[in-house]
Design a protein around this ligand. Sequence first.
Ligand code: ADP
Ligand code: MG
Length: 328
Amino acid sequence: CQGADLTQTRSGLLSEIKTPIKTEPFNEHYSLIPGKELGRGKFAVVKKYVEKQTGKEYAAKFMRKRRKGQDCRLEIIHEIAVLELATASPWVINLHQVYETANEMILVLEYAAGGEIFHQCVAEREEAFREADVKRLMRQILEGVAFLHRSSVVHLDLKPQNILLTSEDPLGDIKIVDFGLSRMVSSSQELREIMGTPEYVAPEILNYEPISTATDMWSIGVLAYVMLTGTSPFLGDDKQETFLNISQINISYTEEELEGLEPSAIQFMKSLLIKEPQARATAEACLQHPWLQQPTEGKEERKEATEGEPNSPASPPPRRRKRRRRKA
Ligand code: ADP
Ligand code: MG
């Protein structure tokens, strides 16, 4: 629920769902797994539960129906509808069941045990992604996003906190979550101004220009940069500076963090971080990009590994370089 934005954007919402909404007490069927909650946003909290009947683990997303005095049930129904539409993609989180209480809707989601890729993005050398990891995960993200775009869905909030992993070690597969800002773009009506997270937001959003599938492709460009370097390309000291950096495409491809990457990785990001939405590569085109065609093993990393530890070929290759910590 985006407050004042809503009158503009309601047109992009789906309103029909197939999943039955259960009204019996949630706790009769699920037990909370004690420990830290899995995540929390402004209006949602996500906790780990086990389904009593099957013993299977799930992530339950508790969503308040009233936010800032507004009824947001329709937005939640839309989020459910998009998850239903995307069940055919292995890269989008699966929806198991839906419960409704007086104040909340509970989305029972497939549990992604590896957590957010955000952790590897901000991690230091040892735990950060290698370029080979990023290539494999980026292919999956692009396949997921291509599926959504073929279905006329734009996610509009693609960022490391909304890309989860099935497992962390060994590094599993990705699952796209959080369709809270997503919209349908098929309707003839123009869609404008759905604010995402400052750092990942495309120039057309800042300029109140029409939103399209290309808006997601901008965020994928930022995502690639963050996954490869651990630094956020447009992040300024405050929101204003970040927005200025975005609208001026004030980005550096010569940072220390980018040294040692395959040159095609830079080309990949450059094909997305373009002001004109029409000029950006589509998800399908990205999947054909040379960067993602090459075998996933980086030669840099292999070389370092052999030089560093000639007698232990089984040890994992070292990370490219020490990463700067990125502001959360
Ligand atoms: P919000 O709209 O509040 O951002 P999200 O759907 O993004 O809600 O969920 C918030 C956080 O909860 C995510 O960033 C992630 O850390 C965690 N989370 C969400 N869904 C799952 C899941 N299926 N498995 C594991 N963790 C999850
Ligand atoms: Mg989120």
